[in-house]
Design a protein around this ligand. Structure first.
Ligand SMILES: Nc1ncnc2c1ncn2[C@@H]1O[C@H](COP(=O)(O)OP(=O)(O)O)[C@@H](O)[C@H]1O
Ligand SMILES: [Mg+2]
Length: 432
């Protein structure tokens, strides 16, 4: 943990030696570090140049700038710093002014060092707690924005899918009719040709002009290509609907393979050969999985985050050197512990991570990507979805130069009283 920093402000220079002597054990134990200033002005400059100061202990009467003026300026520099004032015994007026200007506590002269030690401990504890709460609030806010965004995207996708489905439905059903009608007309044409083998000149020349033979032979292909196209749109729209099932408030039984497949369809364009002329192969090693109680839209988001990270990682190294090995993302699923738990492993043979990066991948706002590309939210949110929302576990194994594997473990049902505890037990059974 970071060592706390305390600024002592006093014009009595002898005090510095005394402080250092009295708190030498705490300083040696890295509990805190002391910085000194000889008056308010000096203190202000030190505070401006050093943002790591957590606490100020200040005298009141000093040349250049007194402690009370320093107090009133403190808030402008940093809201989180807490100040303790040291005043002459019984000087209630100054103490009241100090408290009104936001001092956290006060001490009287001559300084009782034991009392000061307690006050320092109490103040630092307060500052630490405040910082922690602020961080939590910030995390929560980012999370909420992200969730809000996902739900907005989900709704948008759902409405587009809905709008696309109707016209695609017309096309799909009409292609079958069209194909049938065309066959009938061809049959009739054939009959005409048999019964009237010598039509007039006009018909003969039109026949040549339109290349009837070619047209008849190509028609089935034309129709089947139209059919394939429509089927693809239908698949995509199903996947999109599946993928964006974000607004479900209760867990539903879900086929995770369906989720993985629809996620893959969504990132398909990024797997194809493009700027660095390589393509990424997807190797599916799906086992037999039971339906899993979950929030499908959220889990799909987890799959997406992990797969997109793997693709990004391949992109990173694509320019650096020619890759001999095939770039592949392997997705393996498996049920274990009597079908009560499922494991999804998403593994890439990309650049892997250094130990330092690996330790931070799940941290909020941690990213190694350039501004505008990475947000550092993907894995933090994924871990929250898997662990807090589903009582599962999300872990990562990575070796620099070899690749990275993310392991998602999920309980089949959501009613276990302590999925979290069970998780470690199951991990052992599943051979991890
Ligand atoms: N498959 C992977 N291979 C290498 N590094 C990865 C992989 N997945 C994640 N990382 C690292 O973890 C970091 C955090 O990922 P993430 O939380 O998704 O945020 P972002 O993608 O916005 O950077 C990435 O910036 C990257 O450094
Ligand atoms: Mg990411």
């Amino acid at each position: 943990m970071k060592t706390a920093k305390i600024l002592i402000v006093d014009d009595e220079l002898e005090l510095e030696r005394l402080f250092k002597l009295r708190f030498r054990k705490n300083i040696r134990a890295n509990e805190f570090e002391l910085v000194f200033a000889s008056n308010g002005q000096d203190a202000l400059e030190k505070l401006q140049s050093d943002s790591l100061i957590d606490m100020v202990v200040t005298d009141i009467n000093m040349p250049d700038m007194d402690g009370l003026t320093l107090l009133s300026k403190l808030k402008e520099i940093n809201q989180n710093i807490k100040a303790v004032v040291v005043s002459a015994y019984g000087d209630l007026r100054n103490i009241r002014t100090a408290m009104n200007r936001g001092a956290f506590d006060f001490l009287t002269k001559p300084i009782d060092f034991d009392d000061l030690a307690i006050t320092i401990k109490k103040t630092l504890e307060f500052v630490k707690q405040k910082k922690k709460t602020l961080n939590q609030l910030q995390e929560m806010q980012t999370q909420m924005i992200q969730q809000e965004k996902m739900s907005a995207i989900g709704q948008l996708v759902a409405s587009i899918v809905h709008e696309i489905n109707n016209p695609v439905g017309f096309i799909a059903s009409n292609i079958d009719f069209a194909s049938e009608y065309i066959q009938d007309m061809l049959k009739l044409l054939n009959l005409y040709q048999q019964q009237f083998p010598n039509p007039g000149v006009e018909i003969q020349s039109t026949l040549q002009e339109i290349e009837l033979d070619y047209l008849v032979s190509a028609l089935p292909e034309v129709i089947s290509s139209m059919k394939t196209g429509t089927e693809r749109i239908i698949d995509l729209s199903k996947s999109l609907r599946n993928f964006s099932r974000g607004n479900i408030t209760n867990p539903v039984a879900f086929n995770l393979h369906e989720g993985l497949d629809s996620t893959l369809l969504i990132v398909k364009h990024r797997l194809k050969a493009r700027k660095h002329s390589y393509r990424i192969e997807i190797i599916k090693k799906y086992g037999s999985l039971p339906f899993v109680d979950c929030y499908p839209g959220q889990l799909n988001q987890v799959f997406l985050n992990i797969i997109v990270n793997a693709i990004d990682a391949f992109d990173d190294i694509a320019q650096e050197y020619a890759w001999e090995k095939t770039k592949a993302i392997t997705i393996q699923t498996q049920a274990c512990a009597d079908n009560d738990w499922v494991t999804i492993r998403i593994k890439d043979n990309g650049p892997g991570m250094s130990t330092e990066v690996k330790e931070q991948v799940f941290d909020y706002l941690f990213t190694t990507k350039p501004l505008g590309k990475g947000t550092g939210l993907g894995l933090a949110i994924s871990r929250q979805i898997v662990e807090e929302k589903h009582g599962g576990k999300l872990t990562c194994i990575s070796t620099l130069g070899q690749g990275t594997e993310f392991i998602i473990e999920l309980p089949r049902q959501q009613y276990y009283p302590s999925n979290k505890l069970k998780c470690d037990h199951v991990a052992a059974i599943c051979g991890r």
